[in-house]
Design a protein around this ligand. Structure first.
Ligand code: SF4
Ligand SMILES: [Zn+2]
Length: 314
């Protein structure tokens, strides 16, 4: 499995070199207990007890930073919550801050469920970390009903808003992750929910929105639905529509990094345009220029007819 890679990201009005690193630091406690319906980590602790602890995390991060070269925006993913000490100990967390501070990184992004985003941990980061901190929180949907019943997320919009407020008080930024097409929703409902969720997250104080179109991961409820023909990942046209509608209304960065090659388990359009539209979405994420998304293909008409999404004119 690839543990780190280089990207271009949009930061402070320009494109900057960015890096993403995956730290093998245990598994999300929620995944082990119940798990979100689309998450490939669900049930992981039961299936993979040998996942390493955080001991090797520093070595992995050090090697990744050496190989990535200049990185202004560094994203650390740890299959759960950076601030959960069952995954990353307090000592390792502090060592990570020291290491990142010594490498000229401008912004460090970590991910966490809101219950671990405490004032003490944010205070500690502002003392030890030279870079700006950005906390990514998987809100998924601003609707408590969608998040609870369709996703099984295990926290409320109020929990998210309170964590955002704790961050805001300490000058910490929040990236809200929003799901495109949770299970049990039609394509058109999913587009509306993703747009409304982005706007609500911004009103709550999120400073960046990252849209995640659903991929089918093994062992998930979403996979069971997919195998029975009851669910399919979203069209990339739906993702384009969400990005266009949200970016027209908000000045904060709105990004999406679609993964997969357009197979049946990943977001897709037709064979002819899938990779072109996915590249355009990545380019839009790095530049924030809406014109990049003015694309066409024969399958766009099919998407409009099948999905009944209300489409904005270019
Ligand atoms: S989506 Fe996030 S919170 Fe949900 S089970 Fe996966 S890692 Fe945990
Ligand atoms: Zn097409």
């Amino acid at each position: 499995m690839q543990r780190f890679w280089k990207e271009t990201e949009y930061l402070k009005g320009e494109q900057v070199p960015a890096g993403a690193v995956i730290l093998p630091a245990g598994t999300c406690h929620w995944a082990a207990r119940a798990g979100c319906y689309m998450c490939g980590y669900s049930g992981m602790e039961k299936r993979s007890p040998a996942l390493t602890g955080s001991g090797g995390a520093i070595k992995i991060l050090e090697r990744a930073l050496d190989e990535l070269g200049e990185v202004e925006y560094l994203k650390i993913f740890n299959s759960g919550s950076f601030f959960d000490e069952r995954q990353i100990s307090a000592e390792t967390r502090r060592e990570i801050y020291e290491l990142v501070s010594s490498r000229g990184v401008l912004r460090l992004q970590v991910e966490s469920r809101p219950e671990f985003v405490t004032s003490e941990k944010l205070e500690e980061a502002s003392e030890l970390l030279a870079a700006e901190l950005e906390v990514g929180i998987g809100l998924e949907s601003a609707s408590d009903y969608v998040r609870e019943v369709f996703i099984n997320k295990g926290f409320s919009f109020a929990d998210f808003s309170e964590a955002v407020e704790r961050c805001r008080r300490r000058g910490v930024r929040v990236k809200a992750y929003i799901l495109v097409k949770p299970p049990f929703m039609s394509e058109a409902e999913a587009v509306e929910d993703a747009v409304e969720s982005g706007l609500a997250a911004a009103r709550a104080g999120a400073t960046r929105l990252s849209y995640n179109p659903v991929c089918i991961h093994r062992g998930t409820l979403v996979e069971r639905m997919f195998l029975r023909g009851e669910y399919s990942p979203p069209w990339l046209w739906s993702v384009v529509e969400v990005l266009r509608r949200v970016k027209r209304r908000l000045s904060l960065p709105v990004v999406c990094h679609p993964t997969g090659s357009g197979g049946r388990r990943t977001p897709r359009n037709c064979r002819r345009c899938t990779s072109q539209v996915a590249s355009a979405i990545r380019e839009f994420s790095a530049t924030q220029e809406l014109e990049v998304l003015e694309l066409s293909c024969e399958c766009r008409e099919r998407w409009k007819l099948e999905s009944r999404v209300e489409v904005l004119a270019w």
